[in-house]
Design a protein around this ligand. Sequence first.
Ligand SMILES: Nc1ncnc2c1ncn2[C@@H]1O[C@H](COP(=O)(O)OP(=O)(O)OP(=O)(O)O)[C@@H](O)[C@H]1O
Ligand SMILES: [Mg+2]
Length: 447
Amino acid sequence: MRNLIAAVELIDPLQVYGRVAAVSGLLIEARGGLSHLSVGARAEIARPRGEAPLPAEVVGFRESRALLMPFGAVEGVAPGAEIRIAPEPASVRPTLAWRGRIVDAFGQPIDGQGPLPQGPVPYALRRPPPAAHARGRVGPRLETGVRAIDAFATLCTGQRMGVFAGSGVGKSVLLSMLARGAACDAVVVGLIGERGREVREFVEETLGPEGLARAVVVVATSDEPALKRRQAAYLTLAIAEFLRDQDLHVLCLMDSVTRFAMAQREIGLAAGEPPTTKGYTPTVFSELPKLLERAGPGPIRPDGTEAGAITGLFTVLVDGDDHNEPIADAVRGILDGHIVMERAIAERGRFPAINVLKSISRTLPGAQTPPERAVARDARETLSAYADMEELIRIGAYRAGADAKVDRAIRLNPALEALLSQDKGERTGMEETFARLAAVMDEAGAP
Ligand SMILES: Nc1ncnc2c1ncn2[C@@H]1O[C@H](COP(=O)(O)OP(=O)(O)OP(=O)(O)O)[C@@H](O)[C@H]1O
Ligand SMILES: [Mg+2]
């Protein structure tokens, strides 16, 4: 009997469940054994001549056929080819030793540093966020080391923020400053749909060895299939969840959720979903909250202790600087605040090009002490007074003395701009940031 059990256990758990019926574009239709499938199921499609099987995922059903999308090129897939369904949902087994490494959408190392150790616990790539009632609340404030954020959009641990910016405005540099400087235990960076060249540049130069040392970087470049790009986003969160469960405070940086939404759109359209706003399909808007809400405070354990937390920063591309496009709108509604970066500011040469007047952290009231709040509000009002009159000031149509508030704003503006600009290698502690801000607003040393 024992031998029989041993023999049964040796049997490959993969079994044939279907065959290729048709291939159209990126979509593979399968027949047979459909009762065993469900959307999100993993499959492998056999290819001829000893080629490795092609991994694929079920993305829908049509009449009696399952619709699959491949994780690679469909070359070599023939009608009648065998499709085996993987018995387990897709998962990874991270360990703390993954920090400092770069992985692809399957959690395979792509940095040439040898194999990755595998941990004992599988983490499903797709996981529901912790239930709202069983979840901690946002924690104490989080020092990012970036003055514009710490003073004007102070973050808390477990908060989820959007970073809204057009292309080339400085998102990657800002994320790398956070990856190096934020007061957290570990960082997970998801690079979704970037060009391959940018990835190397980001890892080697922008992030640097110091930033990489405490980070796990997940990469799916723009030339990879939509399923892989989407999965890289799921994997980024799965690794963050693993680190959180080790009681670490994790900073999860994703660049960009727009590219995740585009990948989901591609998958949805191929599976026959109707396009709605800007061609985005309904599942884009149902998948976004499922992804973003996985970041946040950790679950409360049965013994009452709380796991670590995942503070999330997600970049959103606002092309043509249209801050009301559907993805930006949807993301803004899900997150607890946003940081807006503007081209006009970058063109002036002030980096990071954060428009602090348009940036809002919903947890800010609890994150600042009353004196800090007072000085930050004063600075905000002063910047706003300057912004309102900027045109007039620039063309010389404003007469000094007309409004004492504007006069002060003009006097303080150079010092405030200097405070907001920060070199990418520079880090400032939160207390120093507020001390400097208070000194500026006091006009200490001003004529
Ligand atoms: N803090 C900074 N200090 C100095 N220069 C900066 C800073 N941040 C950004 N820059 C400049 O802006 C350029 C673009 O930045 P970055 O690559 O981060 O933009 P991006 O928004 O990620 O662009 P893309 O949309 O192409 O990914 C950098 O090459 C650099 O010259
Ligand atoms: Mg970038």
